[in-house]
Every structure is written in structure tokens, then in C-alpha cells.
Design a protein. Structure first.
Length: 89
């Protein structure tokens, strides 16, 4: 699935200039806040700053399960050009 590969590439090449925190929304609609992450093959390890209702602070998620990523840091759109985004023509 191409979207899983796109998500993997995004997390593997996330630039230092963009804070590594935000929200991952899964295909099942679960929202997972994160303040850091690590990558390993087909699995993303997310770190929460607060435990979830089960006391978990870490979440391992396959890239296929990611529906969207929300960025919580206020920034100008132009700062995302380092991630490959550009204004429409």
C-alpha cells in the first residue's frame, strides 16, 4: 500500500526544524498524541507525554494503520517546505 510507504518516509525523514510532536489518527479513528517517536521497519513507536486510560505511554503502530497526522505546534505553512510540501501552482 503506497500510503503506508508515504507515512514511513515522512517519519523517517522528519526534519529537525519541525517539532516531533502532534497527533496520529488511526484508521479506526483513535487519536494518539505523541511527543516523540522512533522508527523500525514497518512499525512506528510513538511516545506519549501522559498515559492513556490503560496506563500506556508507548504505542507501536504499523504504518498501514495511520489515517492522518496532526501537527499541534503553531507554524507558518512555509516551514513545511523542508518536508516536500509546496504551494499550488
Amino acid at each position: 500500500m503506497q500510503s503506508a510507504e508515504d507515512w514511513r518516509n515522512l517519519f523517517e525523514s522528519w526534519p529537525e526544524s519541525i517539532p516531533r510532536k502532534g497527533l496520529v489518527v488511526t484508521m479506526q479513528g483513535e487519536t494518539i498524541p505523541f511527543v516523540g517517536y522512533m522508527v523500525s521497519g514497518g512499525i512506528l513507536l510513538l511516545e506519549r507525554d501522559k498515559p492513556d486510560s490503560h496506563g500506556a505511554r508507548k504505542v507501536m503502530l504499523v504504518y498501514d494503520a495511520i489515517a492522518s497526522v496532526k501537527i499541534t505546534s503553531p507554524m507558518e505553512l512555509a516551514r513545511f517546505q523542508v518536508m516536500g510540501f509546496q504551494a499550488p501552482m
